[in-house]
Design a protein around this ligand. Sequence first.
Ligand SMILES: [Zn+2]
Length: 304
Amino acid sequence: MHSDYSASALAAGDSVRIVAARTTATVAQAQSRHGCSPTVTAALGRLLTGAALMGPYLKGRERITLQINGDGPVRALVADVTAGGRVRGYPVRPRSELPLNDRGKFDVGGIVGRGFLHVTRTFDTGLPYTSAVPLATGEIGDDLAHYFAHSEQIPTVVGVGVLANPQGVLAAGGFLAHCLPGADENTIEVLERNARSLPQVSTLIRRGLSPEDIVASLGDTLGARVTHVQPVAFACSCSRDRVVRALIGLGLTELESMMRLDDDTEAVCDFCGRRYYFSPQEIGEIVESASADLPASDQSASHD
Ligand SMILES: [Zn+2]
């Protein structure tokens, strides 16, 4: 399998920014880490691809987190991206499933349901800013386009797609074309027309088209030129140290009850599914080394 990457381009006298990405291996990683059903794979894969498409301009510790909360069977999906094209994500109910829709496609809109898309931009200072829009269709590409148009006032054309079967992910990818300030008002129509004339983006990836080919298909008539490419990969920033800090955050009462257990305490990273184990003795060492930082025991619990 080819490795994943994104290609970013400028077009129409630098008034249009186009990003296209192949995310097949990234989505396959997510599918196997979380044991997703085919429809959840399609839904999470589209959101991960959306995150990958928003990533190429991030720097330092900047992060973009996309969270969908809906009333459909999957309940929620989360994906985030940091500089260098590192994406990760998870579904709340990975094994939920629905029959194919009446067009014979994965019912992503049905598995997501009605709800909201929350977009959080975390700046290099560590400060986050979140905005939310109601879901347009729950099909994710539409919802991202709706977010850009309404929350950021950036006319945007988005296509994200995953081709999967019960054996795995066959192809995944997407494109994002933004009209920046100063763009001619007809430009968005040209981009929409070009996007409509293309087969589904997952079909293009399946046929072997590269991200640069997809940029050209969208933006050739606007003089698009690729300015940079960068790898995209499923990567999680969790570590044993971070889990220890999270455990300390639970407070002394919780840690003391873990020390009294016969079994190891298991902590699972939501994003990547990695499991961390702590013996009662190791929990004791955490309590000892962090005793100065531990939040005080909860009053009611300590008197139980
Ligand atoms: Zn992780």
